[in-house]
Design a protein around this ligand. Structure first.
Ligand code: NAP
Length: 359
């Protein structure tokens, strides 16, 4: 029987995989002469996470990681003030962990490019062991970004596509330098089951086509397809130590629900019942009975297993939920894992960000 479940807590996993978090040795820093005995291993373990605002799954992920002394946590967000509150909470857990804030609005390609360039140029970031693409918005009213991209697709997928592809050299440096490899953890949602990627009209130009959950479903399906496309490319270039996973964290009450909570109670109930039927195959009350809200600690556990468990690579699959990898097509739709659609998504994403990536 598996030791993991939807009740698994993030902190328990950080302690379980403590060796992954601290004490990694970077080959480049080891003495080259056989006459010089290796000194203490140099602690190098850098995690970069987007969307670190307090009260969210990302903040809880970082605060949990801090317990086992990673060398540095890099917080990528659009608000320095919110990130600072999370940094303060990290320091309460472990004052020795170095932190760095990098400003990026994922719905602005210019802002993402600027952030990626500052990460690439920063000598204090020699490598990135784990990238956690956590930021998103959910079920927002229709909006196009200044780049003309539908908002939820931009926040969940395209901003991360651009950021991750640009900083990949530092992730590859981590995989090359140490035995532990590197991980790309992309936050998706069971909501991907609501809709696949609308390849012919990703920005909902067709009048009347937009619904808040069609856009969320598209964005979260794109996240999984991006993980599939990344893994194919990384394997082809022989970077076997780097693996991408797409994670559904479970249902947790956070600021993510703020847009739907603005709806009138009756409208909200009707909409959520419809969403629950399409995503879970049952009305909302039954979904909540079978799967009550998770705590933040439970909500960050699946991300942390994807980031830390070295044995995951022995199993098949790209999608995790309830702390387990699964290829069950009832849980992860084929429209989100099909390799041909993954390539189509890669091409579409390159078109939308206006840049090709040789990965
Ligand atoms: N909570 C759930 O039940 C649930 C279920 C399934 C999947 N997920 C996924 O889990 C991840 C974390 O969600 P959460 O529940 O922790 O939500 P959250 O508390 O609302 O956190 C989302 C984070 O994303 C950031 N963000 C949003 N738009 C951004 C932008 N344009 N540029 C930069 N950062 C931006 C937010 O920053 P601001 O504070 O500045 O807005 C915040 O830090 C998301 O990918 C979500 O889709 C959550």
């Amino acid at each position: 029987m598996s030791t993991y479940s939807r009740e698994t807590e993030g902190l328990a996993l950080v302690h379980k995989f403590a060796d992954q978090v601290k004490g990694r040795t970077c080959k480049a820093h080891l003495p080259t002469s056989p006459n010089i005995l290796p000194r203490l291993p140099i602690l190098i373990y850098l995690v970069l996470l987007t969307g670190p605002s307090p009260g969210g799954i990302g903040a809880e992920t970082l605060i949990s990681l801090a317990a086992e002394s990673p060398a540095q946590l890099i917080l990528v967000g659009r608000s320095r003030e919110k990130a600072q509150a999370t940094i303060d909470a990290i320091k309460v857990v472990n004052a020795s962990v170095a932190t760095k804030f990098i400003e990026a609005d994922l719905t602005s390609l210019a802002s993402v490019r600027k952030a990626a360039q500052s990460i690439l140029a920063d000598p204090e970031i020699p490598r990135i062991d784990v990238v956690i693409n956590n930021a998103a918005v959910m079920a927002t009213p229709f909006e196009l970004t200044p780049d003309g991209i539908e908002l939820q697709l931009a926040a969940s997928h395209l901003g991360h596509f651009l950021l991750t592809n640009m900083i990949l050299p530092k992730v590859l440096a981590a995989a090359a330098a140490g035995p532990g490899g590197a991980r790309l953890v992309l936050l998706t949602s069971s909501g991907h089951r609501y809709s696949g990627v609308r390849f012919s009209d990703p920005n909902f130009a067709e009048p009347g086509s937009y619904t808040p959950y069609d856009a969320y479903g598209q964005a979260k399906s794109a996240v999984i397809l991006y993980a599939v496309a990344l893994n194919r490319r990384l394997a082809l270039r022989g970077a076997r130590g780097v693996r991408a996973y797409a994670v559904h964290p479970g249902s947790v009450q956070t600021n993510l629900q703020s847009h739907v909570m603005k709806l009138a109670p009756e409208e909200l109930a009707t909409m959520m019942d419809e969403v629950s039927m399409r995503v879970m195959g049952m009305p909302l009350a039954e979904t909540r009975r079978q799967s009550p809200w998770l705590t933040l600690q439970q909500g960050c556990a699946t991300t942390l297993r994807a980031a830390l468990d070295p044995d995951l690579v022995k199993q098949e699959g790209v999608y995790l939920q309830d702390c387990e990898l699964t290829t069950d097509t009832k849980l992860v739709k084929e429209w989100a894992t099909d390799p041909e659609l993954a390539e189509k998504l890669w091409t579409l994403s390159e078109e939308l960000v206006g840049e090709k990536f040789d990965i």
